[in-house]
Design a protein around this ligand. Sequence first.
Ligand code: WTA
Length: 568
Amino acid sequence: MSNIGSYDDRLKDFSWSIAENELGYKPGDTINIGWYCTDRICQLGKADKTALIWEGRDEATTRKYTFNDLRILSNTFGSFLSSLGINNGDRVCLFMDKAPELYIGFLGILKIGAVAQPLFSAFGDESLFVRLENAGTKAVITSRKHAPKVQKILDKLPNLEHIIVVDDEGKKALKPKEIAFSLDQATPVENFEVYPTTAESHSLLHYTSGTTGQPKGVKHVHSSLISQYLTTKWVLDLQEDDIYWCTADPGWVTGTSYGIIGPWSLGVTQCVKDSGFSAEVWYRFIEKHKISMWYSAPTAIRSLMKAGNEVVKQFDLTSLRHLASVGEPLNAEAVVWSERIIGKPFHDTYWQTETGSMMITNFPGMKIRPGSMGKAFPGLTPALLDPDTFEPITEISKPGLIAFRYDWPARMRTYWNNQQTFDKKFKNGWYITGDRSTIDKDGYFWFIGRDDDVINTGGHLISPFEVESALLEHEAVAESAVVSKPDEINMEVVKAFVTLKPGFDPSQELELEIMNFIRKKLSPFAMPQEIEYMDLLPKTRSGKIMRRVLHAKEWGEEIGDISTLEND
Ligand code: WTA
C-alpha cells in the first residue's frame, strides 16, 4: 500500500495540517529544518538508524552515519560556525563535491539560524562570483580542490570573511581568510541549542537563471519543510525500510528539497554517491546498497537507455520498488523503457526552484500516461492561463501558461534583493511558472516548453544572457547570441553565434579556446557545444539581437515575422 492511498480521496479534504500534525508542529511554534532532520528523528527512537550511506568516487571508500551521528556532527559544525561569528540570517555558501561535510554542514548552518547557499562545485569563478556577491555571503564552506576558485575572486568580495576548508587537516599552508575545519578532529558537541527559527525564517538561497539579468537568489524559509515532508511521503512514497537514492547534487534544489530535507525529516536512510554518470557504476550502486526508491532525471535515464539493455542484465536491480524523475521533460520512451527493462516505470514530477516542492506529479498507484507530467499535488490550485489575458483557459487540451494560486508552504518568499522581478511573476493573483502545457480531459498535464529563452540542458537551466556576457569577455569576440540546439541525450545544449573583432579569423582552434574559456568561467554545462562564426548577427532595427531567428534555424522551425530585422 502506498503512503498516499487514493489520490482522489486525498483531494477531498486536504489540508497542510496533515503534515503539520505528523511533524508535531503548530503554526506559531519554532520550526528548524536542521532540528527536524536530526534531533527529532532521534527523539522518535531512531537515533541508531542509518541516515546516510556515502560512497566516494572510489567504490571502496564508504562511510555510514546514523541519525545520532548527524545530530552530533551538525551540532559540531553549527557551533564551529557560531564561534567564527556567523549569526542567524548570515549567508553561508556550500561549495564542494558531494562529501558528507556538505550534508552535515547544510544542517549545521540551519541549526544556527543562518542561511544555506549551496552552489554547484563545477561552477567557474565568474558564476561563483556573481552569486556570492549578490548574496553578500559571509562564509564559504569548501574543499581544498575548490578553494582556489574562491581565492581567485576574494578581493572583489568585501563581505566574505571566512573560507572554511573541510579536508585540509593542516596539511597545506592556508591562504588568506582560509580556516581548516575537520569534523573528524573537532570535539563532538552533544548538546546544542538550536536557533529558534519560525515559519518565515530564511533557510535557503538557491540561485536560478532567467533569460535576462544575473541569476536570481530564490529565498526559501523553514516552513518549506511542511510541503517537502508531505510530497516526499506521498509522491516519492518513502517508507520506514526504504533505502533511498536521489541522484541530484545539493547545488540544485532537488538535491536539498529531496536529497536532504524530505528523506531525513521522514527518518529514512539515504545513499549518496560522489560521482558523475556511468551506467555500470550507477547500477552497481543500486545493487550493492539495495536501493528501493530512486529519484533521478531524464538526461540520466536517456544515458542509461543509450548504454544499452545488456548492461542492465548484469546487475540485480530487484530491490527497486519505486522510481521518479524531475528536471526536464520525461519522454514517453523513457517511461516505457524503464518499465520494460528495469521492471518499474519512472514517475515524472514537475516543479521548480521557486516552488520549493513538487507541483505536478505521477502519484504511486496512479495510472501513468507516458509523456504526461501527471496531476497537481493535493491542496494546490493550478490553472493554465491564456498568455494574453492571463485568465484561466477552460477549453480542454488548449495550450496555456502553467500557473498556481500562491499558497503552499514551500513557495519562494522573494528573489533576494530583487522584489521587482519577483512581483513580475504574478498576474491576476496567479503565480506564473514560465512553462507551457496542456491539460487533458482527465486532468493530466502535458508539458510543451518554456515560455522564455532559458536553455534547459540536461536539467541545468542556463541563461543565454550569462553566456553571451561571458563570451564578450573573450578577446576575439565582438558580438554574441546564444540559443539552444537539439541534443539526443540532454534534449538541448548551448550553441553560440559570434562575430569576431578585427584581427581575429574563424578557426577550429579558436572555437575550442572560446569553449574552454566559458567552461572555466561559468561551468561545463554552460559551455557552448558549438560556436558558429557569423559576419553579422540578425538584429531588430533598434539593435536588439534576435535570438528567435537563430533558435528557429537550429530547430528547423518557421522563423515567423522578421519584418523588424535590420540586416537582411
Ligand atoms: C523544467 C528543478 C518538464 C521546467 C526542480 C521548470 C520540467 C524548470 C520538469 C525548473 C518536468 C522541471 N517536465 N520540464 N517534469 N521538471 N522542468 O528550477 O521548465 O532547476 O520550470 O527546478 O525545469 O528547473 P529548476
